[in-house]
Design a binder for this molecule. Structure first.
Ligand code: HEM
Length: 401
């Protein structure tokens, strides 16, 4: 049998079956090429305490897609849609073709596909569920550097798709879009990518399109306060209890002004972040995982990690412990009308409460981050992502039932 890695929705990895050869060449095709490598056969669990796609290792392809309920569609249509979407997502994540399949993912394994569903602020009014809307979905404050495009922001419903194969990811996108039927219409859609699994000799923190190692400071699943910071606890009280085990996603399309960035010499680029470009080590010394020494002074009497360095300003110690789990995709949508690359970061961050995660950090970054002159926030979304479905449940059932 083919070796299969199974990733729990909470990110734990286990091996289902493995041949004596590790399974990678087991069941080779007629031409002798290996059948399913672990990339194809890795399966992410649909059911669980939390939805998949939050602590799941980042996949190499991603689609973010927001929908608005169609005019006239309300709670009944929303329930039916969440049922359809859950059935389809569960099948595809297990590597099975959904009903009426397009065939795009035929021959491929699950390829770490994860599908994550969220509800935007406007969903609650449309479905008559306003009393159950968490205050955490109150609109994010405006930031001085925002250049937001409303048509590519927010939305009633949000779906995050990730997979380690581009066809598997696109297949999922099409299937879910077809499922929307007459109930919901696409509001915006964004396509992203990350480094492919296996591209580096050993697993490493990914790089973004500025060339920086990005993700080092993220909280780790093994941190004692990880759950408290990232997931909504149970028993928060009545109207919003349905969010137990859920998390809030802040989504920002952040354009990188790469032509300007790439003109900066590397030592200046490193001062913008406060970390070395080659290996991500703090400018205060050590290796990638060494803690930043924010007080260390250089020979010139100034702090080695500058006052406006991105990693200083965003560090949890500088923000009363505010922490978020950043799980972005890069994007590249070709060349913009002004001739510059339309590329950057589909920034997605996860937290139990946006007011203790994204908001205070972005407020400070907005005021004095050295990175600001090289980026532009172009769209924004805030979504309530409910806990994972139990067997036999659909996503969001505890809100909609
Ligand atoms: C850290 C890049 C936007 C929050 C970092 C690091 C890099 C980076 C290279 C250092 C390595 C690491 O710890 O991951 C970028 C780029 C951005 C961007 C290129 C935009 C295109 C943001 C935004 C926020 C944010 C919008 C939140 C409002 C953080 C946090 C850390 C961090 C919390 C970790 C700090 C620590 O734990 O010490 N970012 N970032 N970043 N960034 Fe960003």
């Amino acid at each position: 049998g083919a070796a299969g890695l199974v990733i729990g929705a909470a990110g734990g990895v286990g091996v289902t079956t493995a041949g004596s050869d590790g399974g990678t060449t087991d069941g080779a095709g007629a031409d002798g090429t290996p059948a399913l490598t672990t990339v194809g056969s890795t399966e992410v669990m649909f059911h669980g305490k939390h939805q998949a796609g939050i602590t799941t290792p980042s996949q190499s392809r991603g689609h973010l897609i927001a929908f608005d309920l169609a005019p006239g569609a309300g709670r009944k249509e929303a329930v039916a849609l969440m049922r359809r979407w859950s059935v389809t997502a569960e099948a595809m994540m297990a590597g099975r073709a959904p009903d009426g399949d397009t065939g795009i993912a035929l021959d491929a394994g699950p390829s770490s596909l994860s599908v994550t569903f969220g509800f935007g602020r406007t969903f609650f009014d449309r479905t008559g569920l306003t009393p159950r809307r968490p205050t955490a979905l109150d609109p994010l404050p405006a930031f001085s550097a925002d250049a937001l495009d409303a048509r590519r922001s927010e939305g009633d419903l949000w779906v995050q798709i990730g997979a380690d194969d581009a066809l598997v990811a696109f297949h999922a996108l099409r299937a879910l879009q077809k499922d929307a039927g007459d109930a919901a219409r696409v509001r915006w859609q964004m396509n992203g990518f990350n480094r492919s699994a296996g591209a580096t000799a050993k697993p490493m923190t990914a790089r973004n399109l500025m060339g920086q190692i990005d993700g080092t400071g993220n909280p780790k699943v093994t941190d004692p306060d990880f759950d408290r910071r990232i997931f909504v606890p149970a028993g928060t009280g009545g109207a919003t209890d349905w969010m137990a085990g859920g998390s809030y996603a802040v989504v920002r399309r952040i354009r990188m002004l790469l032509d300007d960035w790439e003109k900066l010499p590397v030592d200046r680029q490193e001062k913008v972040i406060g970390r070395r470009k080659s290996d991500g080590a703090p400018l205060s010394g050590g290796s990638e995982t060494t803690e930043l020494d924010l007080n260390k002074l250089g020979p010139d009497g100034k702090t080695v990690i500058p006052d406006n360095a991105h990693s200083r300003i965003s560090a949890p110690e500088q923000n009363g412990g505010a922490a978020m789990l950043r799980r972005p995709f890069s994007f590249h949508d070709g060349i913009a009308p002004d001739g510059t690359p339309d590329a950057g970061l589909l920034f997605v961050c996860w937290q139990a409460d946006p007011l203790r995660g994204f908001v205070p950090v972005q407020r400070k970054l907005d005021r004095g981050d050295a990175l600001s002159s090289f980026i532009r926030h172009e769209s924004s979304g805030l979504f309530a992502v409910p806990g994972g479905p139990a067997e036999g449940e659909y996503v969001g059932q505890r809100l909609l039932e």
